[in-house]
Design a binder for this molecule. Structure first.
Ligand SMILES: C[S@@+](CC[C@H](N)C(=O)[O-])C[C@H]1O[C@@H](n2cnc3c(N)ncnc32)[C@H](O)[C@@H]1O
Ligand code: SF4
Length: 438
């Protein structure tokens, strides 16, 4: 769901969970375009993302907009506004409602939410959209909030996929990151989620930390395979301005080489363990990709709810965050509450997608997920399609893809270069926006 920027000797190279990246959003909002897109969602299959921005800790690498968890009345006020936003959204659909096949609660640490408030949010969602065809319901945990109460609550409400932020199983590194848990807690949390009956358990790891040698990283990868986790996402460390972890702690010259080495090490490790690659930075024991990301790569719109969320409609992407300026989260929240109370869509910025951007988006997301159907690049006649075909041919020559009967498949070399390939496939305006930010 996020674009991260990895440390690459000064240059910013995004990982392509989404396209266009947030650097290309602007504060000029076309409510008429959004309303038209929303009308088109009646009866359509969609994903729903619900953002819960509360955490028990502030990790020193994390630039996400978060607030301390458990500090009522902030949580209650937030949840009241979230419910109102969902009601306002649902009021548009009198007959056919959008049909949600994928539900994802992200954050922050949404698992912190007390069961009563979770139940209230779900109740409003069930009224606003059609939830009778849900295939996958995910929630993000951190190990310090996993216990029988939290795991049981989300299971009781139908959540079948858990995503756990472990980051590393090395206690010294966990301490440096400002995490509250130890490796023992993380192992116990995975067991607890498995006992609670989550069918798919993703473990998030981060690679590229100072002091994370090949040995330490290898220990992390072995710990995942030895556990009951069924999916692993390994994020390259991104160090954004103003996070507590200082950029200078990462040597720019060694950063690229060491990131690529660790990335290759992870791919080799999971391949040897017989796991299936599900994206440039993830593997699954069950061959199941991240459901919301794979639905997006297949062209399914995502409706975002909550302050900090984004929505991806076919011809416009919207955000509750104004990206042009670095707005403190307090101001983002106030703006969100004002819009919701007034019954308006809480949009602070947006990016419009023309036919060319839509094509680039699908190509880039599919590339990130490892498979581009040849049909997407056949019978091309416009300049843009020709230039994309030329880029694809170059990637084949480099060995970043191999050809199969009907698809181009991402190789290990391609996975490691996926961020750069995404940049090559981006439009000139996206490249400009990335170059002018930070
Ligand atoms: C939204 S967080 C949710 C997980 C939960 N809050 C936790 O940290 O345990 C999703 C994941 O993004 C990754 N992440 C966050 N900040 C990152 C950064 N600066 N660089 C790389 N990965 C990052 C972490 O692996 C984290 O688990
Ligand atoms: S990494 Fe997770 S727990 Fe840590 S501050 Fe970010 S969202 Fe919160």
């Amino acid at each position: 769901m996020k674009t991260s920027v990895a440390p690459r000797g000064g240059a910013s190279v995004p990982h392509w969970y989404m396209y266009p990246p947030k650097t290309s959003y602007s504060s000029e909002v076309h409510v008429d375009v959004v309303e038209k897109e929303l009308a088109g969602l009646a009866g359509a299959l969609v994903s729903a993302y619900v953002h819960i921005p509360f955490c028990n800790m502030k990790c020193n690498f994390c630039s996400l907009l978060t607030l301390p968890g458990g500090s009522d009345p902030t949580v209650s006020v937030y949840i009241d506004n979230l419910k109102r936003e969902i009601v306002n959204f649902g009021a548009r659909f009198q007959r056919a409602k959008p049909v949600v096949s994928v539900l994802y609660f992200g954050g922050g640490t949404p698992a912190l939410l007390p069961e009563r408030q979770l139940a209230e949010v779900l109740e409003q969602l069930q009224l606003a959209v059609d939830t009778t065809q849900l295939l996958s319901c995910s929630v993000e945990f951190s190990p310090d909030v996993v216990d029988e109460v939290t795991t049981g609550a989300w299971r009781r409400h139908g959540f079948n996929r858990a995503s756990l932020g472990v980051q590393t199983f090395n206690d010294a590194l966990l301490k440096t990151m400002g995490r509250r848990h130890t490796a023992t807690h993380a192992r116990a949390a995975i067991g607890n989620l498995a006992n609670a009956g989550y069918e798919d358990i993703n473990v998030d790891l981060i690679f590229g930390f100072p002091g994370q040698t090949a040995q330490v990283w290898g220990d992390d990868l072995r710990a995942v395979v030895a556990s009951e986790a069924t999916h692993c996402t390994f994020h390259p460390l991104s160090v954004r301005p103003k996070v507590a972890l200082e950029r200078k702690a990462i040597s720019p010259t060694s950063a690229v080489a060491s990131l690529e080495d660790r990335h290759g090490q992870a791919i080799g490790h999971f391949q040897e363990a017989g796991w299936t690659q599900t994206s440039a930075i993830s593997f699954s024991r069950l061959s199941i990709p991240n459901p919301i990301e794979s639905a997006e790569a297949a062209g399914q719109p995502t409706i975002g709810f909550g302050a900090g969320s984004r929505s991806y409609y076919p011809s416009v992407h919207t955000s509750t965050v104004p990206y042009a300026t670095r707005t403190p989260f307090g101001a983002v929240l106030r703006r969100y509450y004002e819009s919701v109370s007034a019954g308006r869509l809480p949009i602070a910025s947006e990016v419009l997608l023309d036919a060319e951007e839509r094509l680039r988006r699908i190509l880039i997301l599919q590339m990130h997920h490892g498979r581009i159907p040849k049909s997407m690049l056949s019978g091309l006649d416009s300049d843009i399609d020709d230039s994309l075909s030329t880029i694809m041919e170059g990637m084949l020559v480099e060995g970043y893809f191999v050809q199969r009967e009907s698809d181009y498949l991402l190789t290990t070399a391609g996975s490691i270069k996926a961020a750069e390939m995404g940049l090559s496939l981006s439009s000139a305006s996206v490249k400009r926006s990335l170059a002018t930010v930070e």
